[in-house]
Write a protein that binds this ligand. Structure first.
Ligand SMILES: Nc1ncnc2c1ncn2[C@@H]1O[C@H](COP(=O)(O)OP(=O)(O)O)[C@@H](O)[C@H]1O
Ligand SMILES: [Mg+2]
Length: 306
């Protein structure tokens, strides 16, 4: 059974998508793992990092994106039902083990979802049960989308949108682990704390459901241009020290990702930087991160079995 992992941070522009796409590429390329990326952000950055825009355009025209599966979950009266397997694209960047479930610029309509769930609550004759119906929807939406394919992959990585929308909550509820990319800056620190509080609440609202497995795998620091040696260095160390007070050492990745212009260039080509320029500084860091990622999972598994 594959591990399901969400990449999350309340903040946008911190490197979630870059991390998702490159971790996936490194695991597939260097470790021969079978990896599926899911794009859950309507900015479709993960999709366009792996697939040229004109190919995405064709998929979208034929409604062959994840929003088809979300629509199906909300309103099942469709003629042309496609399954998760039908929508997965592979190979990507010439790597046969790297797969994508493409995202969409219109993922879901919150109003329609609320209306349907409200209707369901009324139909079960307990209008007061709206919260239970909603929690159940959140709990099962992505889990059900992934169910038909989860056994086919070593890893499924869910690239979440910034903020904390219903898809992010559903992604977290379906995940074994989440990874939190963050810049070592004060506002990021606040973002980490806010997210942790929300994850705690999510756990509480699904308390009666002991299949919720979610754990923080680790925080990954994404450094600014000046890296460790620039003027930021002292400040970064201060912030990191504070984060280390809040989290045990195993929850912080040792590998940090430097800023590297090759990352931006790679997105132009719709190929992960770790594939197109594997010797660049960011790519080398991502390969190290993939190794550390696998080690962390192993030690979690050891802890469980021991
Ligand atoms: N290590 C890096 N070096 C250079 N640019 C980066 C790096 N990581 C991310 N970026 C750039 O920063 C922007 C935001 O990154 P992205 O991964 O899309 O963040 P998020 O998914 O959190 O919104 C993108 O333009 C991306 O190309
Ligand atoms: Mg993103």
């Amino acid at each position: 059974m594959g591990y399901i992992i969400s990449t999350v941070n309340m903040k946008g522009g911190v490197g979630k998508t870059t991390l998702t796409v490159n971790l996936a590429a490194c695991l597939a390329k260097a470790y021969n793992k079978k990896v599926l990326v899911l794009d859950l952000d309507s900015q479709i950055s993960a999709t366009l990092s792996l697939l040229p825009p004109h190919e995405f355009g064709k998929l979208r025209k034929n409604r062959k994106t994840i929003s088809h599966l979300i629509d199906l979950a909300v309103q099942s009266n469709f003629h042309n039902k496609l399954s998760t397997t039908d929508l997965i694209i592979s190979p990507l960047a010439n790597i046969s083990q790297l797969h994508l479930l493409p995202g969409d610029i219109e993922l879901y309509d919150e109003y329609i979802i609320s209306e349907r769930l409200h209707q369901q609550a009324i139909e079960t004759n307990k209008a007061g049960d709206f919260e239970r119906v909603w929690n159940n929807f959140e709990r099962t939406l992505l889990q059900d989308i992934l169910k038909p394919v989860v056994a086919n992959y070593d890893f499924i990585i869910l690239d979440c949108a910034p903020g904390y929308n219903i898809l992010t909550r559903s992604a977290l509820a379906a995940s074994d682990f989440y990874i939190l990319p963050a810049r070592p800056e004060f506002l990021s620190l606040v973002g980490i704390q806010l997210l942790e509080r929300r994850v705690k609440k999510l756990r509480e609202s699904h308390q009666d459901d002991n299949s919720l497995r979610l754990q923080l795998l680790g925080i990954v620091f994404i450094l600014s241009q000046t890296g460790l040696f620039g003027r930021y260095a002292k400040y970064y160390e201060q912030v990191k020290r504070r984060i280390k007070q809040d989290f045990p050492p195993e929850k912080i990745f040792l590998t940090e990702i430097p800023m590297d212009v090759n990352v931006a260039k790679a997105t132009d080509a719709s190929i992960p930087v770790t594939i197109i320029t594997p010797d660049s500084s960011a790519s080398k860091a991502f390969y190290r991160l993939a190794e550390e990622f696998l080690q962390k999972l192993e030690s979690v598994a050891d802890r469980k079995s021991g």
